[in-house]
Design a protein around this ligand. Structure first.
Ligand code: SF4
Ligand code: FES
Length: 496
């Protein structure tokens, strides 16, 4: 029995978009970094949820169209479920809530060997490594200063066209700081014209109200704004810039221009005890969604791991504070808490398996099955300047390297969980063990799991041994001068 009123005028929630994807042969509902595939009936209902038609009118229209009667219970049921999922909002101000970011992929999991080769649905363009910030946890390669020139506007536009022709639909624009590209508006306009759902991942530095207006006019769908901490002092210290006030202004413009207010804060030992203040700041800024993402240890974060990894007590405290906040604030500000995988027993299904749905392009045109893949050994990464995206995705050795199960070693090769987590993260396996074919050492079944538990034990000792800020002098800030080749040998890892 539905409790919905026939006079309700449902509409697709702000920030979401329904569109037909010919590459998938169906309608999809798009939201930042994800999508829901719709069958024909669901799409027919959602297409009519325009905020003008009433629920009664939608039922009547679909009954006339199909020649069937008594469709009301099914349609009411579907719309009720869609409202609960926050795909729809109803007249009277039901608020947008973004679906929680799950896997980047809507493709069903299963044995990687059995999975048909998917489309590169999720395209990440790292349009520049330039960035006015110097974050100690940046995932960009530590040797970024040595990479070649950035692609031209024309080359990026060609990449967008080729990716869309391959079926890519989600587009992330990141960096570095993507606003450092003066042609960002032009790239957004091209992507919008092609039908991408476009998410800008930014520190806010480089944004002005005029640029915000221009990006909106060009068709930007969504903005994710990062903060380093809740206070000016710590935000500015951790980014090695004076940007706190600017970010607060940008947050205001995001709201003023009708975007959902989405904040991202990377957590680590030096700010994880400020989660209550960070959430209070998010509430003050009117955030609808906050991602508290514990640091993932690649790039600069890897160099700084010994100084950034929190203790279990710090982590548990942060989780408790987050739960209390959720209980108090409810759906007004939704919080997504990403646990650091060093504290897990099983690894994350990183990238849903390399070469499955994710395609990243570095500023110099290097195409990668994962944004950190540049570090992986003997992976001849292709470049969009020398090959088409179709060839890169389907035929290049780099993108085929970790497809299927052939590359897996024991214990993954015979593990019943390999179809769920694909052996975890290849980059983490390489950084920790020196071999990307190994099981991700986060996994308790990995013979290298001790490398993770020892790092956690060292973090426990460091936190217990003094105030978290006692060793800040040891942090290495992301900078052209300190940009050095990443060290990956097991010896160096243990030395940390
Ligand atoms: Fe996953 Fe490999 Fe661990 Fe099995 S052994 S749970 S496949 S990482
Ligand atoms: Fe590269 Fe996980 S970050 S595979």
């Amino acid at each position: 029995m539905s409790a919905l009123e026939g006079s309700l005028r449902p509409a697709i929630a702000r920030g979401l978009r329904l569109q037909y994807e010919s590459a998938q042969g169906r309608h999809v509902l798009l939201y930042p970094e994800g999508m829901v595939q719709m069958n024909q009936v669901a799409a027919a209902i959602l297409e009519r949820c325009d905020g003008v038609r009433t629920l009664d009118a939608i039922v009547q229209e679909l009954e006339t169209l199909s020649g069937e009667t008594n469709l009301a219970p099914d349609i009411h049921g579907f719309i009720g479920a869609a409202l609960a999922q926050r795909w729809l909002e109803g007249e009277g101000g039901m608020r947008l809530e973004l679906p929680e970011r799950a896997a980047v992929s809507p493709v069903a999991a299963g044995s990687p060997a059995a999975r048909p080769l998917g489309l590169p649905l999720w395209l990440l363009l790292e349009v520049t490594y330039r960035c006015p910030l110097h974050c100690v946890f940046c995932y960009n390669p530590t040797e970024f200063a040595r990479t070649a020139e950035e692609l031209s506007t024309a080359a990026w536009r060609r990449v967008l066209r080729e990716a869309r022709a391959l079926g890519a639909v989600q587009l992330g624009l990141s960096g570095g700081e993507p606003l450092a590209r003066a042609d960002l508006e032009e790239l957004v306009a091209e992507a919008h014209g092609l039908g991408f759902y476009i998410n800008l991942i930014t520190s806010g530095v480089g944004m002005t109200e005029a640029r915000m207006r221009a990006l909106k006019a060009a068709g930007l769908d969504h903005i994710q704004l990062s903060f380093q901490d809740s206070s000016r002092e710590m935000n500015d210290f951790l980014s090695s810039t004076r940007t706190f006030e600017l970010k607060s202004r940008v947050a205001g413009w995001i709201r003023a221009h009708g975007y959902p207010m989405v904040l991202n804060v990377v957590l680590h030992r030096h700010n994880i005890e400020h989660v209550a203040e960070i959430l209070a700041m998010a509430e003050r800024l009117g955030a609808e969604y906050v991602e508290l993402a514990n640091t993932q240890y690649y790039g600069w974060a890897w160099l700084n791991r010994a100084e950034l990894l929190p203790s279990r007590a710090q982590l548990e405290h942060a989780e408790r504070v987050t739960q209390e906040f959720r209980a108090r604030v409810g759906n007004r500000t939704r919080v997504y808490f990403v646990v650091p995988d060093y504290f897990e027993k099983r690894p994350k299904p990183c990238m849903n398996g390399l070469g499955s749905v994710f395609l990243a392009i570095a500023p110099d045109g290097t195409a990668m099955p994962c944004h950190a893949a540049r570090m992986l050994p003997n992976l001849a990464l292709p470049n969009v300047e020398h090959a088409g995206l179709r060839e890169i995705w389907y035929e290049s050795a780099a993108f085929n390297r970790f497809r299927g199960e052939g590359w897996m070693k024991e214990p993954c090769a015979s593990c019943p969980e390999r179809g769920r987590d694909f052996g975890g993260c290849r980059c983490q396996a390489y950084l920790l063990t020196g071999d990307p074919d190994n099981a991700d050492p986060v996994c308790e079944l990995s013979p290298h799991h001790h490398l993770v538990s020892e790092a956690v034990a060292r973090a426990e000792a460091a936190v217990a041994g003094g105030a978290p800020r006692a060793r800040e002098h040891a942090l290495i800030f992301r900078d052209h001068r300190t940009s050095i080749p990443v060290t990956t040998t097991a010896d160096a890892i243990i030395a940390k």
